[in-house]
Design a protein around this ligand. Structure first.
Ligand code: SAM
Ligand code: SF4
Length: 341
């Protein structure tokens, strides 16, 4: 349209419920160098590498979404920083920040490779990342992640902050594992000037054990915290599903992501694409759209753009997660490491 910047060529993506889709999460690999107990089994089978989109294809795919109005891009996985040459993709995507088409390029990481990559991520335009940290106890850390090393993760966090990247911590609330540590995690994050977001376990993928044993409703966590801390609801939003409070004693922000106790779908502006080019319009539903075929069918983007528009027209109103003892099976067979958190 005349007068519009060159990078906004298409109509924005609006779903059937009037929600503008402005946030894309891209899983660049389903592989990981950790095996978190709530996320995967120890002997997880990964996708054959030949099925993965190349970094060039991921770049083209992201560019198509940005052209259609996506303003915020989060790179995730699996562990995104274990994908070979991943910094190439960050640098390539960083060009959309320079044109102004993209407002933010972020990353969710377990921080195992962060010490190595922090300054290059900053150079590519990354200013904010989410780091998953479920416990501050090195022995528990090893048992939750199976393969992780807490000291290495903390060095990665230090490196990110030293490079000028703001860190937000994510912790999954786990019954019998970190439920007695939530206040320590809050004080740790807030002591560094970082936000902390608590997440409920979601029933995604078989993990080789009963999820009801791990599930800790955040309504319980919050009620327990209220015995010791003053929490004040605030309207702060980051574009994601977290609802925030300020903790009076620390002055820091605490987020709650409660897919099971509170349905956060009404304001969902997100879609997710896997490393094989499957677009999931909802994390909690099976419906998907294959973008790899239109991507590979032609070097022009006409088919790809049309496939994206068609997929968004199928975005459902919300998910129907349940974790209960009768169903046992995960609500959604896909692991979080496939769709990306
Ligand atoms: N490997 C990176 C990491 O751990 O940050 C990125 C991918 S990971 C799948 C993204 C987020 O999903 C992490 O914060 C992780 O704790 C969370 N996660 C994984 N499986 C989950 C599940 N079943 N329920 C809730 N959160 C989950
Ligand atoms: Fe890996 Fe992240 Fe899943 Fe842990 S939560 S196994 S770090 S993908």
């Amino acid at each position: 349209m005349l007068g519009e910047p060159a990078h906004r060529t298409e109509q924005p993506l609006i779903d059937p419920f009037g929600r503008a889709i402005e946030y894309l999460r891209v899983s660049v690999t389903d592989r990981c160098d950790f095996r978190c107990v709530y996320c995967m089994t120890e002997h997880m089978t990964f996708l054959p590498k030949r099925d993965l989109l190349t970094l060039e294809e991921l770049d083209r795919l992201c560019a198509a979404f940005i052209r259609q109005g996506v303003k915020k891009l989060r790179i995730t996985g699996g562990e995104p920083l274990v994908r070979r040459n991943i910094l190439w993709l960050f640098r390539a995507l960083g060009r959309h920040l320079e044109t102004g088409a993209l407002e933010e390029l972020t990353l969710t990481t377990n921080a195992s490779q962060l010490e190595k990559y922090a300054s290059e991520l900053y150079s590519a335009g990354v200013r904010r990342i989410n780091v998953s940290l479920d416990t501050l106890d090195p022995v528990k850390f090893k048992s939750v992640t199976r393969w992780g090393d807490l000291a290495n993760v903390l060095r990665g966090v230090d490196a990110a902050e030293a490079a000028g990247i703001r860190v937000k911590f994510n912790a999954v609330a786990l019954k019998g594992i970190n439920e007695d540590e939530i206040e320590d995690l809050i004080r740790f994050a807030h002591g560094r000037g970082a936000d902390l977001t608590l997440i409920e376990t979601m029933p995604l993928g078989d993990i080789g054990e009963d999820r009801t044993d791990q599930y800790l409703p955040l309504s319980i966590v919050r009620a327990r915290l209220l015995d010791r801390l003053s929490l004040e609801d605030i309207p702060y939003r980051t574009g994601g599903p977290a609802r925030y409070v300020t903790v009076k004693e620390t002055g820091g922000r605490l987020g709650f992501i409660t897919p099971l106790t509170h349905n956060f779908c009404e304001s969902c502006n997100r879609v997710r694409v896997t490393c094989t080019g499957q677009l999931y319009m909802c994390l909690g539903q099976e419906d998907d759209a294959d973008l790899r075929a239109p991507l590979r069918a032609s070097p022009e983007d006409t088919l790809l753009d049309a496939a994206i528009v068609e997929a968004i027209s199928r975005k459902p109103k919300g998910h129907d997660f349940v974790i209960d003892r009768r169903t046992k099976k995960p609500s959604v067979a896909r692991h979080m490491s496939v769709t990306g958190g």
